[in-house]
Design a protein around this ligand. Structure first.
Ligand code: C5P
Length: 236
């Protein structure tokens, strides 16, 4: 039974009440759903890329909701209740941070910056402080500290992974969920939809900005990321 349909994924119940099936759709959306397109093959690419990254993170000690990939566009995940907060980590100025603070895109940050956004479509997912997150009862102080630490750990692991395949990890967004025992697990996806990835040599954008900014063919650059990741993570 379908339990949730988002912009890029559908979630179905399985025979096991603790496990959901995620189906990755071919839809691409940007600017809170204002720009939309169907892109053949995108779902399959994101399912493959996310699966590889979650398996790789697991080996680095980062636990997530991911169980296993079961078909070209489907994976099994642990059922969690998603926290209504997006955690963004930035290594280099880009996107909304460049706009908000009037900084030049591409400026490296001395140390990574963590931001929290309130997941609320009606409000356009506003950036929030930790005090706002407490006020909105999104998470406790301890949980927010945990989210920040997890984001930094994921960043270290992913920076290494992407650096080895000739890619700069500019920024990325994480989501987390709570399982029945109350533990917080990394959830959702990690893919070129949710990261900014620039080629180390050429600075070519290998992520969803290609779609957001009409810079070329999205599946070509996602395919390039998958090809490089497969070369690096051939054992999983
Ligand atoms: O747009 P902004 O610069 O805030 O995005 C920061 C990072 O978070 C980018 O890698 C972007 O792809 C990701 N993001 C996302 N989903 C959102 C907002 C941002 O995956 N709703």
């Amino acid at each position: 039974m379908l339990v949730y349909e988002g912009k890029a994924k559908r979630l179905y119940e399985t025979e096991d009440e603790h496990v959901l099936l995620v189906e990755y759709k071919d839809s691409a959306t940007a600017f809170n759903g204002v720009k939309k397109a169907e892109i053949d093959g995108k779902g399959q690419l994101n399912n493959e890329i996310t699966s590889l990254i979650f398996q790789w993170l697991d080996q680095k000690g980062v636990k997530s909701h991911f169980i296993r990939k079961v078909s070209e566009r489907e994976q099994l995940v642990k059922r969690v209740t998603i926290l209504p907060v997006e955690v963004v980590l930035r290594n280099v100025v880009a996107g909304s941070m460049a706009k908000r603070l009037g900084l030049e895109e591409g400026t490296p940050l001395l140390s990574p910056i963590v931001e929290f956004y309130y997941k609320n479509d009606d409000l356009g997912d506003p950036i929030i402080t930790e005090d706002h997150a407490l006020l909105l009862e999104i998470a406790s102080e301890e949980d927010l500290q945990f989210l920040r630490e997890q984001a930094l750990i994921v960043n270290q692991a992913l920076q290494q992974l992407f650096s080895d395949i000739g890619v700069r990890l500019i920024d990325f967004k994480l989501e987390f969920g709570r399982d029945e025992q109350g533990s917080i697990l990394l959830a959702d996806e990690i893919s070129p939809d949710t990261c900014r990835l620039w080629d180390k040599e050429t600075n070519q954008k290998l992520d969803k900005d290609v779609f957001r900014r009409d810079l070329g063919n999205l599946t070509d650059v996602y395919q390039e990321i998958l090809k490089r990741l497969r070369g690096e993570i051939s054992h999983v």
